[in-house]
Design a protein around this ligand. Sequence first.
Ligand code: F6R
Length: 610
Amino acid sequence: MCGIVGAVAQRDVCPILLEGLKRLEYRGYDSAGIAVLNGNHKLERVRVLGKVQDLVTSLSAQPLHGGTGIAHTRWATHGKPSIENAHPHVYKEKIALVHNGIIENHEPLRQQQKQHGFDFNTETDTEVIVNQIEYYLRTGQDLLQAVFNTVDDLEGAYSLGIICTDEPGRIIAARSGSALVIGVGIGEYFIASDIFALLPVTQQFIILEEGDIADIQRDQLRIYDKNHQAVIRQIIISQQVAEAVDKAGYRHFMLKEIFTQPLAIAETLEGRLADGLVVESAFGMRAATIFDQAEAIDIVACGTSYHAGLVAKYWLEATAGIPCQVEIASEFRYRRKVVSRNSLFVTISQSGETTDTLAALELAKTLNYISTLAICNVPESSLTRASELVFLTHAGPEIGVASTKAFTTQLTALFMLMILLARRRGLTSEQEKGLVHHLETLPGKINLALDLNQQLSELAERFADKHHALYLGRGSMLPVAMEGALKLKEISYIHAEAYAAGELKHGPLALVDNDMPVIAVAPNNQLLEKLKSNLQEVRARGGKLYVFTDTDVNIQASEDISMIRMAPVPDCIAPIVFTVPLQLFAYHIAVLKGADIDQPRNLAKAVTVE
Ligand code: F6R
């Protein structure tokens, strides 16, 4: 799962490639590299172990210049993060190639190539591609023909950018299973893993389709489909703007994004409410017809987005009375699914590029769902393009790898979906107005939760030396507890698990002792008394409790109980508001541990591999 960018132009393309890499770094950041064909048509390459900024630093000491180039930021799959394994990969000083994806048959290809006398310098699956191209070039084929033949030999997923000293001024790009776009400039072309990478240089894009191969020269673009037949692909004008993404004075993007949530939710609601009711067309032109037919909802997503789906299940079944199943995309895509009559398939994704979620959607299209709905933050992403109905969360770019504002805006969108489906099952306009009113109070309520920042930062100090933590919740607070645990583990590297509080006595209670902090998400709802009993079970075993609750809940702080009290929140929106202090808590613990908050180890923002 990596980011690739390339350019062919009359000007020096290096600054374009580096800016593109910075914008793609959310896809991986363990190593980075660039290769260009310089003024003498010689291949020059620089690679670093580390982040794009390290590549920039290295290039300032050893500048490259050229009109044709490719670059890459890596998230290691095959082979550890190292300079040798960093892309671009080359054949001698002749061909350079960047790859995003996984070549599944790299082993047999490697064996064949060894027999043909090829050497290997890396542990990657990618090196076989560059060798295979050379193999075909030796038979007298030109670069395009050699790539045609090479991709026919590949199994797996790839997007590729390839340059060759024999044919300067030309990039061959290929897409199969990993997104790739072409940016159209004036007398210049670009390629990248997403549109965002190229927004500083163009608003015009061609989204390559599965199996497409593009032959790109400065003044000419030809695209071939998976059968290698020439095709015309439409140019789209992106509505996105190349806004500068900065930390706005915050220490980390994650903190900025946590504090932006009141605004982000206001943006999600903007234009989606009228006269105190939800505007149906916010979900797409055919939303009304499809929602009329829907008798069941299947939600599929990964990670934080999956947790949003789990909250929605409680809402949809309790308030809309519609059956809802929620599943992790990587499981859904490989099992035989029985689809209930008139089911709507819903995906949730911040990036819209998560491979498992995309694959689940493709599978769902072959099953008898009535339609597909994507709840997504990134316009023009693969997910939104492949779904019939789309709700854009409008949260703005989320840079921190740990998802924060994407989650609370997804929940806001799902709450609106719940209202629209409940409307068809007896929710009156008055009741709907009441729910919408709660939505409109969200920015204010979240601002109050953000006021707990200082208290949470102090509380974090008691936590930073811990190695494990248990999160507890009941009802719709269980997925919130799961999300809190995920935030803690991914940015602080403290092992954290979430359990339904009632499940504690069935096993996890054995873990509780003086060293096991237990975090309970305990708003004042009808399950509170049950949860309090579960907390007593923890206290009786010497566990240390951190209780996130309302100001009007009657639990006293003591030596073994720390209370984090929020302003009272209506039950229906409590999952959204209670998420915020859990995000801040995880953030402060991770800061104390000196972790890389925005780019935690081993992770990437968009997971574009299986
Ligand atoms: C956790 C996190 C991940 C993502 C997951 C799905 O903080 O960010 O768990 O939620 O990789 O990503 P999207 O929502 O882009 O499909």
